[in-house]
Design a binder for this molecule. Structure first.
Ligand code: ATP
Length: 270
């Protein structure tokens, strides 16, 4: 398989201050991923092994990928992203080999951060091993576990994995010594939603009447990705209306539109 099939970003431009809410989550992840990369001597001095990485879990669109990218940016690390479902679907028969190459490349490009998105696709508790597809997924997982166990904690490679489905993960991947920290990334509370609104509309021309605290109250249950969609949509309403600035009414229309389409998505499949 082509190594280029992995998404390799030499440097990302996401910074911590572009992430709304999630103060506690950022503190935790910085401690387990940033600190050992930036100040490995502290771990030496105190005499504890530095962490290998962390597992982020929580609903879709809450900023897990952003967090991983921001840490890579802060540490000047190469950011290497793989998507679990692609490993097993796109590279049929080659999943395990891709995992091996992933770790090899991370070592070569160190300092680096390996971001494994949708890790549940390769690391779910399997019901059985009867189909060849299942066996292939199993082989890919075994390779991942072997790579994680094999690599040196003191190397400049850290792993961040993400999942929306902690409940289906194979306990093997959660065993001590694999991910040193599990960090829950929740949907934002009103405060978080307010700062996410501000972050995404920072470059927009806004009418004076906009009250982000009020908009935050109207978007209970929205993820960061939903709020970003609301802001973009509000901008489009203002453009369509050929207005001088984005008005409160544009935001309210956008909230209705995005929150409605979210509700439809959540309806059970008939
Ligand atoms: P998934 O589980 O679906 O992969 P995720 O948790 O990795 O989602 P991201 O890809 O980080 O979510 O978020 C998608 C987009 O939503 C981001 O690029 C950003 O624009 C916006 N976003 C999500 N969360 C936040 C946040 N906390 N602050 C600011 N923007 C956010």
């Amino acid at each position: 398989p082509e190594v280029s099939a992995l998404e390799l970003i030499e440097s990302t431009d996401i910074t911590y201050d572009q992430i709304g809410g999630l103060g506690d989550q950022l503190r935790e992840i910085r401690e387990v991923v940033e600190l050992p990369l930036v100040k490995p001597e502290i771990f030496e001095r105190i005499g504890i092994e530095p962490p290998k990485g962390a597992l982020l879990y929580g609903p879709p669109g809450t900023g897990k990928t952003m967090i991983a990218k921001a840490v890579a940016n802060k540490t000047n690390a190469t950011f290497i992203r793989v998507v679990g479902s692609e490993l097993v679907q796109k590279y049929i028969g080659d999943g395990a080999k891709m995992v091996h190459e992933l770790f090899e490349m991370a070592q070569k490009k160190a300092p680096s951060i390996i971001f494994i998105d949708e890790v549940d696709s390769i690391a779910s508790r399997r019901t059985d091993d009867t189909t060849s597809a299942d066996r292939e997924i199993h082989r890919t997982l075994m390779q991942l576990l072997a790579e994680m166990d094999g690599f040196n904690r003191r190397s400049n490679v850290k792993i961040i994995a993400a999942t929306n489905r902690l409940d289906i993960l194979d306990p093997a991947i959660l065993r001590p010594g694999r991910f040193d920290r599990m960090v829950f990334v929740p949907l934002p509370e009103a405060d978080g939603r307010e700062s996410i609104f501000k972050i995404h509309s920072a470059k927009m021309t806004l009418s004076d009447e906009i009250d982000f605290a009020e908009l935050a109250k109207m978007t209970e249950g929205a993820s960061g990705a939903d709020i970003k969609a609301v802001v973009t949509e509000a901008g489009m309403f203002a453009v369509r209306g050929e207005k001088m600035s984005v008005e409160k009414a544009d935001f309210i229309d956008a909230i209705h539109k995005i929150m409605e389409s979210k509700k439809k998505e959540e309806l059970p499949v008939p």
